[in-house]
Design a protein around this ligand. Structure first.
Ligand code: RNT
Ligand code: ZN
Length: 426
């Protein structure tokens, strides 16, 4: 039997097993195909970017590892992204950061214009992917004492307000050019290492700065802003101006998106529980799917309990249409292209497994207080042959099945990545 015949046969059997429970695997495959992930460009070059590639990474985030083959130029990064996308089933989006502008001119964050991203728009059209945006509010000399938009210094605030406005013109351009909404995510590192006296004024300043940035209306067909809070950052342990509650309220009061980064919470806090508490009030969500290990460590996303819970909430509670699923992790101890593939495929697998449940039946059981059925079925489902359905999804979408994609990575390392020097700008 050929590989695809084996996959087909296993799928047939799996289909029957799920049908016994009233689950339609073909429908699940169709549903999964509709889900776009927003793949984060910064995993490919350890968040260096092209505007100031030698600038130290600041803002309390960090990338460890020195695996060979880092992307050093726009062509290398876009090439690596294309390689990753060819191994991830379905049609997706890519998230850029402002520092990934491609221009010959010497430009600062406050001079950026849509044309500085035409390289990416051309590439996105070729790849048939959408683009999301992030202003870069870190790794820059105008971050003063860990403050940007909430700084007490008006010059500092004005600089970052201008940058925020520029990021919106760029996101609007992405949306217009690519015919799909570009989510513009805002995350700022502002905070204090030690206990502050005044916790109120920095937050009021942040509100004013953000309001100024979003003053100009843009067609939401093209772009919408999302706001990402945080519990703490290294060096900013005692007080985070843009806390979760702050942005939860900001997003609701301004009718914008709230970004939930899975790594930005206390390790025992289940982020999936927040979706249904926010969405009845809010416009929508952006997720940064990440993996905290003991703390906000941004490990590569894997198929773990936290991810499964996220996927289950989105599927069971019918929240996919109001949620933008972005990835956000950075690991330089493994092949950076493989990191994208592992994280994206894990996220899709978790969604598929969640779709392969008799959700209506389970909801009925719950309404009837039949908790025995609820527990028994969900436990049995854990060992149902969802892997066979996943393989079929890969086959149908022309990407390698199982571990086969690793051969592509090894070939790509040999032909492309290992021929690069490991130094940015070398
Ligand atoms: C940082 C935030 C933010 C960044 C990216 C690079 O803690 O998660 O989303 O990871 O902007
Ligand atoms: Zn994030």
């Amino acid at each position: 039997m050929t590989k695809s015949e084996t996959v087909e046969q296993a799928y047939k059997v799996a289909k029957e097993r799920y049908a016994e429970l009233g689950v339609d695997t073909d429908a699940a495959l169709k549903e999964l195909k509709k889900v776009k992930l927003s793949v984060h460009c910064w995993q490919g070059d350890d968040i260096h970017g092209f505007l100031f590639p030698n600038q130290e990474l600041t803002g309390g985030i960090g990338v460890s590892g020195n695996y060979p083959g880092i992307a050093r130029t726009p062509d290398e990064l876009s090439g690596d992204l294309s390689e990753a996308l060819s191994l991830i089933p379905g049609q997706h989006k890519v998230q850029l950061h402002a520092i990934y502008a491609v221009t010959d001119k010497k430009k600062d964050l406050t001079d950026l214009e849509p044309e500085d991203f035409s390289y990416w728009v051309d590439w996105a059209k070729k790849e048939k992917v959408g683009l999301d945006m992030n202003g870069t509010f870190f790794s820059h000399p105008m971050v003063k004492d860990n403050f940007t938009l909430a700084s007490p210094d008006k010059d500092v605030r004005d600089f970052w307000i201008e940058h925020g406005k520029r990021s919106r013109t760029i996101a609007n351009y992405f949306g217009k050019e690519l015919g799909q909404q570009s989510v513009n995510n805002f995350w700022i590192p502002d905070g204090f290492k030690d206990n502050p006296i005044d916790k109120a004024d920095p937050r009021l300043r942040l509100i004013d700065s953000l309001d100024e940035i979003i003053k100009k209306p843009y067609d939401e067909k093209n772009t919408i802003e999302a706001f990402e809070g945080k519990l703490f950052g290294t060096g900013i342990e005692s007080y985070t101006v843009g806390s979760h509650l702050f942005y939860n309220n900001y997003a609701i009061s301004r009718n914008k998106l709230w970004t939930i980064d899975a790594g930005h919470w206390h390790p025992t806090e289940d982020v999936s529980d927040k979706f249904s508490a926010f969405l009845p009030f809010g416009k929508g969500l952006m997720l940064h799917v990440s993996r905290p290990v003991r703390w906000d460590s941004d490990h590569v996303v894997i198929f773990d309990e936290a991810l499964v819970r996220i996927a289950r909430s989105l599927v069971r509670d019918n929240e996919l249409s109001k949620t933008n699923i972005g990835l956000d992790f950075f690991d330089a101890t493994i092949n950076r292209v493989a990191a994208w593939v592992i994280g994206a495929r894990a996220t899709q697998k978790a969604l598929l497994q969640a779709m392969l449940e008799p959700i209506e039946q389970l909801k009925k059981a719950e309404l009837n207080f039949d908790f025995t059925t609820r527990l028994a079925e969900t436990e049995e489902l854990k060992s149902y042959p969802f892997g066979a359905v996943w393989d079929e999804f890969c086959l149908q979408n022309d990407v390698p099945v199982g571990t086969d994609w690793l051969n592509n990575i090894h070939q790509y390392e040999k032909d492309v990545q290992f021929k690069r020097s490991n130094l940015i700008n070398a």
